[in-house]
Design a protein around this ligand. Structure first.
Ligand SMILES: Cc1cc2nc3c(=O)[nH]c(=O)nc-3n(C[C@H](O)[C@H](O)[C@H](O)COP(=O)(O)OP(=O)(O)OC[C@H]3O[C@@H](n4cnc5c(N)ncnc54)[C@H](O)[C@@H]3O)c2cc1C
Length: 289
């Protein structure tokens, strides 16, 4: 492993200054549960690792009438231990509570999960369905990117050298909405998703009709996929088996998986259809309270 400097800044300005100085030979360290594995495997040769856990802004988790703000360094357990977040953002809690086991969840967060950009990342689809936005800083200022546009390929993101994810901003869900995320893994836990599906729905006041929906797919393409057509097919339609089956078939069509040691194209596409149906029903149940 190439020796690197460990830097622990206490402000965003200091952190981006170090990242800017070293360019692509420096990387932020959140939980380190992906970074250290990759550094040990010599995926990168790093001169500096910038620990973000001493920067208060990046460790802030807040939920209010304006929405949910997740600092880039906030560990998973703080998200799923928060009862208000569990009630209002259940899809995000579903994702955060299955990333690794308890030890991983006490270090790792959805910020690191997003920046790691694994197509199987369990934290990403839940953010996409909740219409989350990534807040990014650099020495040049700040910018915002919708999470659905953040990943550009396996382990690749819109982040340029010197940029730092500061937080993920999630709008407050409308009334009568619900969300759910699940994945298929061969073991009960601690495994990489063969396929994953997240669904967000907003129902009308009767609870019998969809107002809108967002569906996102994990592990069935080079990046997590927002299956727009599948979600849009539910808008204005009644909640019944036929409309759910149509959306599930459209989600299957939006998946473009590969065959690898974890599953085949056919298995993954079938999983997407089955899991989409299940997650729509679970999101509807949650929306109905
Ligand atoms: C035993 C084990 C089990 C796992 N199980 C799962 C699982 O079930 N599901 C799953 O999705 N993942 C799993 N993972 C992978 C990993 O734990 C997750 O991806 C986790 O969310 C990464 O978060 P982190 O905070 O540890 O990120 P880190 O490892 O600190 O960072 C990940 C990447 O993002 C970059 N980065 C981090 N923070 C920032 C920032 N603020 N700005 C810019 N770039 C940044 C880092 O430089 C690095 O490239 C597992 C890993 C292990 C070791």
């Amino acid at each position: 492993m190439h020796p690197f400097a460990y830097v622990a800044p206490s402000t965003v300005a200091e952190a981006v200054a170090v990242l800017d100085k070293h360019g692509d030979r420096a990387r932020p360290l959140a939980g380190g549960t992906d970074l250290l594995v990759k550094a040990r495997a010599n995926v990168w040769e790093l001169d500096a690792v910038v620990d973000i856990k001493n920067i208060p802004e990046l460790m802030k988790l807040s939920v209010s009438n304006d929405g949910l703000s997740i600092g880039a360094g906030v560990p998973c357990y703080q998200i799923y231990d928060n009862s208000q977040i569990a009630a209002e953002y259940p899809g995000i809690v579903d994702g955060a509570s299955i990333i690794g086991g308890i030890q991983i969840q006490s270090r790792a967060g959805v910020g690191g999960n997003l920046c790691n950009a694994a197509p199987s990342g369990d934290g990403i689809c839940p953010l996409i369905i909740h219409s989350a936005v990534a807040k990014i800083a650099s020495t040049g200022g700040t910018r915002e990117v919708a999470v659905e546009d953040f990943c550009t390929g396996p382990s690749r993101t819109v982040l340029k050298a010197g940029e730092l994810l500061v937080s993920i901003e999630v709008p407050k869900p409308a009334a009568n909405s619900g969300a759910a995320y699940t994945r298929f893994i061969p073991r009960n836990e601690m495994d990489i998703a063969v396929a994953g599906v997240g669904v967000f729905v907003q129902l009308d006041a009767s609870g019998k009709n969809f107002v809108s929906a967002r569906i996102a797919l994990a592990s069935v393409g080079p990046v997590p996929i927002l299956a727009k057509e599948a979600g849009n097919s539910l808008a204005g339609k009644p909640v019944n088996d036929e409309t759910i089956a149509t959306a599930a078939a459209l989600a299957k069509a939006a998946a473009s998986p590969i065959t690898d040691m974890r599953g085949t194209i056919e298995q993954r596409k079938t999983l997407v259809e089955v899991l989409t149906g299940r997650m729509i029903k679970q999101a509807v149940e949650r929306a109905r309270g």
